[in-house]
Design a binder for this molecule. Structure first.
Ligand SMILES: C[S@@+](CC[C@H](N)C(=O)[O-])C[C@H]1O[C@@H](n2cnc3c(N)ncnc32)[C@H](O)[C@@H]1O
Length: 217
């Protein structure tokens, strides 16, 4: 076959896979998937994000990410939840930090992200990492089952922020921590304002782009 013919075939397969996953998520599992035209298009075309992976790895190297996780309070034996993990470097580091007695749940609504982390976790033979292809507002985890939540440069993208906060309140154990990092001070300020507007979490630590909250009783 002509080598150039592979390009539309591969693109077609990737788009087709995303359309099928979208329909299954929406109509079979009744998951919270985007319903606006823009949201559906970005969901279906999310394979394009792969182009940004090298950029992410260069601008956010693993040693910097490990510091963020330490700051968030990640420790051995914890149940850790990350939402909007991108290509998955932070959940991989977290899986090592929580160790064999801990557990990592990683939630993403982009198939490309889930497929990438699935492959990366298999290569590293990580047994304590579970992937959840879903909206951030709908993890499907049991009530009060999580010790710590970390969200990096993703909260501002979540369509249903209030629903996501309610979901995180539901799955976190009493008094446990939610850490949100954004890439700019302005976005972090918005997070603090939004979370401060209800009584689910209390701000306990913050700097320019990082904020840490504790679940209220
Ligand atoms: C800027 S990227 C992620 C960065 C990543 N956390 C990191 O540390 O490099 C934002 C991610 O949030 C995901 N995302 C956006 N809206 C989401 C939603 N409603 N539920 C789950 N994930 C979502 C996107 O698919 C994307 O992978």
């Amino acid at each position: 076959m002509e080598p150039l013919l592979w390009i539309p075939i591969v693109i077609g397969i990737l788009l087709g896979a995303n359309i099928i996953v979208y329909l299954v998520q929406r109509y079979l599992y009744h998951k919270a998937v985007p319903t606006t035209i823009g949201g559906i298009l970005s969901y279906i075309f999310n394979w394009g994000a792969l182009l940004f992976w090298p950029f992410m790895e260069i601008t956010r190297p693993f040693w910097v990410r490990r510091k963020w996780l330490e700051k968030a309070g990640v420790q051995e034996g914890q149940v850790y939840l990350e939402e909007g993990f991108g290509f998955g470097t932070s959940p991989i580091l977290a899986a090592r930090m929580v160790g064999k007695t801990g557990k990592v749940y990683a939630v993403e609504n982009a198939l490309v992200a889930v497929a990438t982390l699935w492959a990366r976790a298999k290569i590293r033979m990580l047994k304590n990492l579970s992937l959840i292809l879903s909206d951030a507002s709908d993890t499907g985890l049991p009530d009060e089952s999580v010790d710590i939540v970390f969200i990096n440069d993703a909260f501002h993208e979540f369509g249903d922020k209030e629903g996501t906060l309610k979901e995180l309140y539901r799955v976190l154990k009493p008094d446990r921590l939610l850490s949100i990092k954004e890439d700019t001070q302005r976005k972090a300020m918005k997070v603090v304002e939004l979370i401060g507007a209800d009584d689910l979490f209390s701000l306990i630590e913050r700097d320019k782009t990082f904020c840490k909250f504790k679940k209220n009783a």
